[in-house]
Write a new protein. Structure first.
Length: 235
């Protein structure tokens, strides 16, 4: 009778499965144009506040909740860029090139504008007049805009793969692929949020708590690997 020990490696299987998902990365925030307008200026008492000033010199009234806070706007922008279209209005395609050319700057602004206008559904968001996006767009077209900012360096908090921290158990976090998706996007109110877009171009609904916090995910995956002892009789 011979006993064979077989170690089951769920971490390897999990990493292989996650690696099969197309990898996507959020945009560099330094390339996202600033709103140029502050929400809640001179409220009328009926929900309207001051936006930008139009070509006739008139201050355009906008919802006092516009523009949105930058963090939630960036979250929606990232979801749209990763999907290649406006998630809340799939007929609108988006791109976010990262170079400083005129065309790329205009493409980034257009993506910012349609993201703003469809924040809460198709055509349900904030008007362009709640930002200076259109003025920025015209300045780029006229060649009077300031040079595009150089992308800020992305500071990595992950240890270099070439020199992983020594460990006696678990996995090296530097080798664990990023989720490539944020939790809590566009909640339906029933516990579901937006996940990735499938091959049919449909946004897959996922629990709003998914994906989990990366640290807790790595902690679970770093648990000692279970081993099964298998007995087999050799003839």
């Amino acid at each position: 009778m011979m006993k064979l020990s077989l170690c089951v490696a769920p971490v390897v299987a999990a990493v292989a499965l996650v690696s099969a998902v197309p990898f996507k990365r959020d945009v560099n925030p330094s390339l996202v144009p600033e709103f140029g307008v502050t929400a809640g200026v001179n409220p009328t008492g009926t929900g309207d506040c001051d936006g930008t000033t139009n070509s006739a010199g008139t201050v355009v009234k906008i919802p006092c909740s516009c523009p949105p806070d930058r963090a939630s706007f960036l979250q929606s922008l990232n979801a749209n860029v990763n999907a290649g279209k406006v998630v809340n209005n799939p007929s609108v395609s988006v791109t976010f090139p990262t170079d400083g050319s005129k065309d790329s700057q205009l493409a980034r602004l257009q993506t910012a504008i349609v993201t703003l206008q469809n924040l809460n559904g198709a055509g349900k968001g904030c008007p362009a007049a709640s930002t200076t996006f259109l003025a920025q767009q015209k300045a780029i077209q006229d060649g009077t805009a300031a040079p595009a900012p150089a992308p800020s360096p992305v500071i990595s908090t992950t240890a270099p793969i070439s020199s992983p921290a020594p460990t006696t158990a678990g996995v090296d976090p530097a080798l664990v692929p990023e989720f490539g998706h944020a939790a809590g996007l566009n909640p339906t109110g029933t516990g579901d949020c937006d996940g990735i877009t499938n091959d049919a171009g449909e946004v897959v609904k996922v629990p709003c708590s998914c994906p989990p916090d990366r640290d807790s995910f790595i902690s679970v995956r770093s648990s000692p690997l279970p081993c099964l002892t298998i007995s087999d009789e050799l003839t």
